[in-house]
Design a protein around this ligand. Structure first.
Ligand code: HEC
Length: 155
């Protein structure tokens, strides 16, 4: 093998390694991104359940409702950052995210943007001790979750 051929094949080898490394890194990142967002959604699910259960009581503990509403309010504006390209069904990692998230980014952003104000209103009502108001608003918050899931989440 001539020197230039050897250099060429060494360069090709390095390029192949870099490519493989890049693909592996992307896969690791996709897994982390997907698992982290699922954990965040689980927290929202727990908060929602705590509020629905809590508001069934005759005299709900409104501090608990407010705290759970705050959890959702805090996470809601971040939803848009949890779905970078490459973390959809094509990632080969278990996810319920539908491809529509990436083909209809404006629709997804709109669905996401409805959650924070709805949760913030619920938090305000809970802090004010307005049980009836909170009971009505928790349904609106739940409807906001469902509105996105119906379009963008696999059943
Ligand atoms: C803008 C869209 C959107 C909104 C708003 C939204 N979700 Fe989701 N949710 C998703 C998507 C997409 C997934 C699937 C994520 C995945 O599997 O990668 C998901 C997954 C979940 C999961 C399953 C998590 C798991 O893997 O175990 C729960 C629970 C959940 N969401 C609860 C909620 C609750 C409760 C709300 C409202 C307070 C909410 N979501 C609002 C889009 C949304």
């Amino acid at each position: 093998m001539t020197l230039s051929r050897r250099l060429l094949s060494a360069a090709a080898c390095a390029a192949t390694l870099a490519l493989a490394g890049g693909a592996a890194l992307a896969a690791v990142n996709a897994k982390t991104v997907i698992e982290t967002r699922q954990a965040n959604f689980k927290s929202m699910g727990k908060a929602m359940k705590a509020m629905n259960d809590g508001l069934k009581a005759d005299t709900p503990d409104m501090a608990v409702i407010a705290a759970n509403a705050a959890t959702i309010r805090g996470l809601a504006p971040k939803i848009n950052t949890w779905f970078p390209k490459g973390t959809g069904p094509e990632a080969g990692i278990k996810t319920e995210a539908k491809a529509e998230i990436w083909t209809d980014p404006a629709g997804f952003a709109a669905a996401a943007s409805r959650l924070e104000p709805a949760a913030a209103k619920l938090e305000t009502l809970a802090r004010a001790g307005d049980v009836a108001g909170a009971r009505a608003q928790v349904r609106i918050v739940g409807g906001t979750c469902k509105g996105c899931h119906d379009k963008f989440k696999q059943d």
